[in-house]
Design a binder for this molecule. Structure first.
Ligand code: G1P
Length: 245
């Protein structure tokens, strides 16, 4: 988000997630202990944003992604905003959102990240009904949340990165529950199509769906294997585990 030029971060969380808030605060005791022991404190540099740039909002009940986004309506106000679903982990150079901001600078309106997946996996996701395609950019003609098997309009799904216009908040205000009995962001976005520009952007990079156990392990392993400090050791460890299994 920082790389993409986003200044204010809003975290919408539920109960029991206070540690996330603490992570972005000053770790006073830790910083002092490290300073006393002459330890390298630079490891903490990435965990603090400028004062006022970090806002935390509670979604009291799990009523759906659309409702979670709507909980931040008064903080977002009347500006376009970006959404990151953090169980979807993207690795790219530049990062996914920076690529999307470049597309937004040319196209305006609403931009969603779009990803091709095997057709049989589409019932787990929001799916794009695609129009004209121009390189990585696809016109979005429609959106459907978690289509029943065999009914998806394409295999182009929404992997959890969005740049949206604030009008979506007004739609969410009265959005009824959809798939899974939840208030769906996808349903609210679908109502903006035809009224505002709406495009999908295929991202150049790798995506890990950490909402599944396999995806979570894969993301950790993939990043650890290329890590400058521990990559070699992790590779040796992985090879040993494979040989033993
Ligand atoms: C949510 C969205 C869905 C999107 C998915 C990406 O679903 O509702 O449109 O494709 O995230 O992971 P969830 O994973 O919360 O069921």
């Amino acid at each position: 988000a920082l790389e993409a030029g986003i200044e204010q971060m809003i975290f919408v969380n539920g109960r029991g997630k206070g540690m996330i808030e603490d992570h972005f605060d000053m770790a006073y005791e830790l910083e002092h202990t490290m300073a006393d022991r002459s330890k390298d404190r630079s490891v903490l540099d990435g965990t603090r944003l400028k004062p006022g740039d970090c806002v935390f909002v509670r979604q009291q009940e799990p009523l759906g992604l659309g409702h979670a986004i709507w909980c931040a309506r008064d903080i977002i106000g009347d500006e376009p905003f970006a959404i990151f679903l953090p169980d979807e982990f993207m690795v790219g150079a530049p990062g996914c959102m920076k690529q999307m901001v470049s597309a937004y600078d040319k196209l305006g309106g609403n931009i969603v990240c779009a990803l091709e997946i095997p057709m049989e996996d589409t019932p787990s996701y929001g799916v794009i009904d695609p129009g004209k395609r121009d390189g990585p950019i696809t016109e979005v003609k429609g959106l459907v949340e978690k289509p029943a098997a065999g009914t998806a309009p394409s295999n182009l799904i929404l992997p959890g990165r969005y740049i949206l216009q604030p009008e979506v908040m007004r739609i969410l205000e009265t959005q009824e529950a959809g798939a899974g009995g939840e208030i769906q962001l996808t349903d609210a976005m679908a109502q903006m199509i035809g009224k505002q520009a709406f495009h999908g952007m295929t991202f150049d990079g790798k995506r890990y769906d950490c909402g599944s156990k396999q995806g979570y392990v894969e993301a950790n392993l993939a990043l650890a294997l290329t890590h400058p400090e521990i990559g070699r050791d992790i590779r040796a460890m992985a090879e040993r585990l494979l040989a033993e299994s």
